[in-house]
Design a protein around this ligand. Structure first.
Ligand code: NAD
Length: 391
């Protein structure tokens, strides 16, 4: 079981940029970071509207003087305090991640950045180099990869339970934008604006999640890809609200990704199916406590979270917070990741390189990969759905 008593010497003093009142993802960060008492939320620049951000921050329990009007003031003022923040999460629209993450790392902070990490590949590479120079953690919030059954899939592939991987089928295809909802939704509006969203809407917004997860489970790297993208809501052009991608992986495996916002009637359809030479695995985020294990010629097995037959190789971090049968969900996945970030930050602070080498968390390499994938898809699609090299 999960060790609720585990604590660091002192909780990490933590701040946020973005994630203000009414934002889609702000609460998830706060709920996950504070879940295990490894982070204490002490300061923020929560909102583009400084007054609204201050009002919201004080209602969340921040001291009024630590609700800052913008990220530059947040980093500068907190650096002057003995009890200033040590880590920050960035939950702002895509085009701002680079400049905010850069400023945070320059201010000597550990950083948890939303995905897609940046718009341009060079920017993500620059952030990686800066984090290394500063000896700080730079994590990317691929929030679905904290689920135990995703880790079970990874371990099964590693142990050879399905044999060599042949096909990877990925999808994140919801129906929430099947009409022009951006007319009345600020959170949807920026996603359709290339200057804020980047060169892609739905591949970057949703496709990056199963793409990262599949790479995490299989360890396979993309060699080349081909993408077709289109917008069924005309006003979204040149961005896409639907895309299909075909991948060739190093070593011979192939794969597909369907990223869509116009899959009418679908809640998420975020699935990763890994087909091996002996068996297949399939995980679906709407049923995250289960993992389908299909051995050729045998009845389908549905593996359940919390059961003794699973490969639980990492009981300290990804252990069950509740016994099997009780559904764990999205917030547990996020809390598992924030727990991992806390351990990584602690190791960075102690300069414990050996721990960091064996400690998994979604880091900037996965962020770089996501940005690369998005840009390669755009290049392929905009040249008539041609094959493009990944690197
Ligand atoms: P949103 O539009 O709902 O909220 C953005 C918030 O950031 C708002 O409160 C806004 O006022 C604030 N903000 C904008 N610019 C700012 C700045 N310069 N300084 C301070 N605050 C600023 O957006 P969202 O849906 O919450 O998405 C935010 C980011 O999170 C995006 O990059 C998105 O891709 C990502 N996201 C990730 C997940 C996930 O599962 N990991 C889910 C949803 C969104």
């Amino acid at each position: 079981m999960f060790n609720e008593e585990f604590q660091l010497d002192a909780p990490i003093r933590w701040g946020m940029v973005g994630g203000g009142r009414g934002s889609e993802i702000g609460y998830s960060h706060r709920a996950a970071a504070q879940r295990d008492r490894l982070f204490t939320f002490v300061a923020a620049a929560l909102d583009l509207d400084a007054e609204r951000g201050r009002d919201f921050g004080t209602k969340l329990g921040l001291a009024p003087e630590r609700c800052y009007p913008d990220y530059k003031t947040l980093f500068a003022e907190e650096a002057k305090r003995e009890d200033g923040i040590q880590a920050v999460s960035i939950a702002t629209p895509n085009s701002t991640h680079y400049e905010i993450a850069k400023a945070a790392l320059e201010a000597g902070l550990h950083v948890i950045c939303e995905k897609p990490a940046t718009i341009h590949v060079e920017d993500a590479l620059e952030l990686k180099a800066l984090a290394e120079k500063q000896n700080k953690m730079l994590a990317v919030m691929y929030g679905y990869t904290g689920f135990q059954m995703v880790h079970q899939a990874r371990e099964m592939v590693r142990r050879g339970d399905i044999g060599a991987v042949r096909v990877i089928q990925m999808s994140f295809a919801h129906g929430f934008h099947n009409t022009e909802i951006e007319k009345n939704s600020p959170g949807a509006k920026w996603r359709m604006n290339p200057e804020v969203s980047g060169p892609s809407f739905i591949i970057g917004d949703c496709g990056t999640h199963p793409f990262y997860m599949a790479g995490m489970i299989t360890g396979l790297k993309v060699k080349s890809l081909m993408c077709s993208r289109q917008s069924f809501i005309e006003s979204r052009t040149p961005l896409e609200d639907n895309a299909h991608v075909v991948f060739q992986f190093e070593g011979g495996a192939v794969g597909t990704l369907w990223a869509s916002a116009i899959n009418s009637g679908s809640m998420h359809q975020q699935k990763v199916r890994i087909v091996g030479e002996k068996a297949s695995l399939e995980w679906w985020d709407e049923y995250p406590n289960q993992l389908r294990y299909e051995v050729q010629g045998e009845p389908v097995r549905i593996l359940e979270r919390g059961m003794g037959y699973l490969h639980n190789d990492d009981p300290g971090v990804s252990a069950n917070r509740q016994g099997g049968g009780h559904a764990e969900g999205f917030f547990e996945s996020w809390a598992n990741l924030y727990h991992r970030y806390a351990l990584a930050i602690d190791a960075y602070n102690r300069n414990d390189k050996a721990f960091l080498e064996s400690h998994w968390y979604p880091d900037i390499d996965g962020g770089i990969d996501g940005v690369k994938m998005v840009n390669a898809c755009v290049k392929s699609a905009d040249n008539g759905a041609v094959w493009v090299d990944y690197d």
